[in-house]
Design a binder for this molecule. Sequence first.
Ligand code: CAA
Length: 285
Amino acid sequence: MAREFSIIGVVGLGTMGAGIAEVLARRGLGVVGVDFDEEGVARGKERVAHSTARALAKGKIGEAEHAEILSRITYSTSLDDLAEADLVIEAIPEDLDAKARIFAELDKIVAPEAVLASNTSSLSITEIGVHTGRPGKVVGLHFFNPAPVQKLTEIVRTVVTEPDVVADVVEFARGLGKEPVVIGDRAGFIANALLFGYLNHAVSMYEQRYATREDLDAAMRFGCGYPMGPLALLDLIGLDTAYEILETMYGQSRNRLHAPSPILKQMITAGLLGRKTGRGFYTYD
Ligand code: CAA
């Protein structure tokens, strides 16, 4: 029988971490959300409040359920508050050294049986796991943006991840109403390995003024049935995150498809990160 995880830690309360915390709380689980300072916690809390208020306004949840969801998440600025967690999902930005440090710390804080998961999009789970004394209990658990909406979770196993841990995390993901897929530890896993060549190509076409941003996006929405065009999707993902994913994949595969288009870096330097900064390929209110 699959092991049940009942207290879940989420480390990093950015777009993904806050979305994951919401998914968990909406399924009735207790969540401890950790960010590194009060400001980070306040922003994470605000993200969850905003997203659940939207569900309330749309009548998807009632007042009482809304209050319950919010009460299931406690917030902290200290990893020490994760001592009771049986599963911790790390969702900080894509920085291998920072992730390695957090996993090494978590390893000392949580119980020996607890599972440590990373929401990384492209970094190596193996390289993260070796910084703990329990690499067999380290997996990738990758959600998609927006986490409350997208059904996919990629579960990444390394050569040392225990099969029971993979099976338990697969069942856990199903219990969240997600569709789990299991893959080995290769940059980009399945979805990003396929998606980002296409997104990067769209950026190049935009950079070469091949077509307007609207027409590039319209072609893929109306011609291919994608819910969003590639440039609007990059704005949702965040240009900084997209750049890091491309760099990591390019570093590993040397596939030219993944060599980040130069304009991406320029836009990042200019602060055009997409929706989260109010401007990317498009401008947002
Ligand atoms: N949080 C919670 N719910 C959200 C949401 C958010 N941020 N954004 C949208 N929703 C919900 C809405 O409440 C709405 O729910 P109902 O239908 O139940 O009312 C539903 O999603 C549809 O939303 P909207 O009507 O506002 O807008 P839409 O129909 O245009 O859908 C979208 C918006 C869900 C983002 C859709 O355009 C979409 O699926 N886009 C593609 C997103 C995608 O490809 N994501 C993967 C990115 S890659 C990634 O994440 C991997 C990585 O590592 C970077």
